[in-house]
Ligand binder design. Structure first.
Ligand code: ADP
Length: 370
């Protein structure tokens, strides 16, 4: 173990330049003794000290005091003070310097810890940024060949390459179905990566909420009719209310919620509603009477890749990213998204989307635009 010598002033600078070190076990060294003993050492007349090793840069030294810089039991360094007068140092001076040295030691340790933490934070931020940009790039690269696979499956299914046997038709439909699932997954991962790296920006315009819900029901209607589920907008839904928000993203959220409701409802209905909460907010609800969600999982379903473990979930598949993305999108608008359910099969669940009438530009967007 070595005590590295460093210092201020001309002598200290020179010692630093020569890279001088002192072995902590050096028998005679005052600095090493102070470090080993964890207390101040004073020599008030070096001529009387046997084997005293003078510092070649300070040939006139007559007395010397070494004070350890302590934080608890650890020695961070040693103050070394030399004088060209005999008897320059008293016990009192040693006490004062000891206090001073320990204060400097604490400050030094704090500074070191702070520096370490700051560099860890910077490293983590950089890693996170790399992860998100890696995901964003990968998703893009994965989509290109996948679109080609899906495109050619379509071409063949349309019979453009000639007639198909029923086995070929069946296999191609499987390719198509799984390809679409993969595309969905990639799009979700891309969205999540964009949100997390702050690269998702909102483009707000003014639109009628009820009209948007009508679009959503027409997009999802085939899924509902396949399962014989009544999908409708409630008659008392407010047809007038307009909001200023990103209609593409709100549509994405609503499609996701309605798709989920249809997926997790075996028979019954899915009903949509919009109402003004007050002067500033609007509430959109999606109510189904399907499987329901256990009350202890009403929040966890908003975590990435989390699904309620049921045979239905396993059967219908999914990414477990739809709700987390939806919640982030709604929150970017300054709104809230949550679910309520009794958890009883047949009583279903209700998803609530609360949005401001006027979305203010959020921090995320402002940051992006700087
Ligand atoms: P995915 O639907 O792709 O699995 P989501 O994040 O959209 O991912 O949903 C997470 C989980 O929340 C679903 O797997 C399901 O377990 C549960 N869930 C969501 N919506 C409903 C609903 N309307 N009824 C019952 N369970 C639901």
């Amino acid at each position: 173990e070595l005590v590295l010598t460093s210092g201020a002033g001309k002598v200290g600078q020179k010692m630093l330049e020569t890279g001088l070190t002192i072995d902590i076990n050096a028998e005679k060294s005052l600095v090493a003794r102070a470090a080993r003993g964890r207390q101040a050492v004073i020599i008030n007349d070096v001529t009387k000290e046997e084997g005293f090793l003078p510092n070649p840069l300070l040939p006139n030294t007559q007395s010397e005091m070494a004070v350890p810089m302590l934080v608890g039991e650890s020695v961070l360094g040693v103050f070394d003070i030399q004088s060209d007068k005999i008897n320059a140092f008293t016990e009192e001076a040693a006490d004062i310097y000891t206090t001073l040295a320990s204060q400097v030691a604490v400050a030094l340790q704090n500074a070191r810890l702070y520096q370490e933490q700051a560099s860890v934070v910077t490293q983590l931020r950089e890693l996170d940024r790399l992860k998100s940009s890696f995901l964003a790039n990968m998703s893009h690269e994965l989509r290109t060949p996948l679109n080609s696979i899906l495109g050619f499956a379509d071409v063949m299914l349309e019979g453009l390459d000639g007639p198909l046997t029923s086995t070929m038709d069946n296999d191609l439909r499987l390719i198509q179905k799984n390809g679409q699932h993969l595309l969905h997954l990639i799009n979700d991962v891309l969205d999540m990566a964009k949100i997390e790296s702050g690269r998702m920006s909102l483009h707000a315009d003014t639109f009628n909420v009820n009209n948007l819900l009508e679009e959503v029901t027409s997009i999802t209607s085939s899924l509902a009719s396949d399962k014989n589920i009544a999908l409708y907008i409630e008659p008392e839904s407010d047809r007038e209310v307009e909001i200023y928000a990103d209609s593409t993203r709100i549509r994405q959220v609503m499609i996701n919620l309605v798709n989920n409701s249809i997926k997790f409802t075996e028979k019954g209905s899915v009903a949509l509603n919009v109402s003004r909460m007050d002067d500033a907010r609007v509430l959109i609800t999606v109510k189904d009477n399907g499987l329901g969600i256990p009350t202890d999982q009403l929040e966890t379903i908003f975590l990435e890749f989390t699904q309620v473990d049921t045979t239905t979930t396993r059967k219908v598949g999914g990414t477990g990213l739809g709700l987390p993305i939806s919640r982030r999108l709604v929150e970017m608008h300054g709104g809230r998204l949550w679910a309520e359910s009794s958890g009883i099969d047949g009583e279903g669940s209700t998803f609530f989307v609360e949005l401001p009438l006027e979305t203010r530009v959020t921090e995320i967007i402002e940051k992006r635009e700087k």
